[in-house]
Design a protein around this ligand. Sequence first.
Ligand SMILES: O=C(O)CCCC[C@@H]1SC[C@@H]2NC(=O)N[C@@H]21
Length: 261
Amino acid sequence: MNPEPVKGRQPKLPPAYRLVQLEEVDSTSSEAKRRAAEGAEDGTLIWARRQSAAYGRRGRPWDSGEGNLFLSLIVRPDCTLAEAAQLSFLTALALGDAVGSVAPPMIEVTYKWPNDVLFNARKGAGILLESKGDGHGGLEWLVIGVGANVTSFPPESRFPATSLHFEGCPSSVSAVDLLEAFSRHMLSWVNRWLDDGFAPGRQAWLNHAHGLSEDIEVRLPQETLSGRFQGLDPQGALQLALPDGSTRSIAAGEVYFPDST
Ligand SMILES: O=C(O)CCCC[C@@H]1SC[C@@H]2NC(=O)N[C@@H]21
């Protein structure tokens, strides 16, 4: 069901995606999960102009000012839950490439583990993965939620935030432009992942990783770890050198999948 097209310019997405456009919804990810549970196809992309009850990691509210980009993509790749976590890196890369396509080069995009996209070292976008397993280690569906700050950002946030416009991107660049560019790059990254595995995405992400070889803090559901960010292993787990000399491997799935079943 797609009640009425949203106002303004209509986005053009690659035919692989089925766009559901909504003027307002509680949360595009909640809507995507409802539709996934009812059997919505791989490639269904829910896009809304406004959200009234959006959330980020750890259930934190996600500021949903009009003009920013809010979308959730339903995918059903034939892979394990652990492999599915790699899609968060590909989503970040697709967002980074999309910003590169629509914004001037003065905006430097970097990636902060596990799920943030930084514009000039401030948080410009967040990614949230939620999934339903098939009960045998495989995946029934994955919902990739993306919130990207185009026009505005929350003034008080735990990590300093920003938006494309604040960083000097022309105000003519809209959420629709970013949505179109993101969908093209996402399709291309996912196809590359399906054909060639995670290695190209891993390398591209590491080439622009924030904090690589620096001391970082990693918040897990039960503990917070401090150590040196050494890189990603071939599966995408963060390699953290701890003060006692040991290395801890932290799978992205340990911090994603808040609603995994
Ligand atoms: O950084 C984070 O904590 C992830 C934020 C994800 C927010 C997006 S906005 C679109 C989608 N709908 C939601 O309710 N959340 C995600």
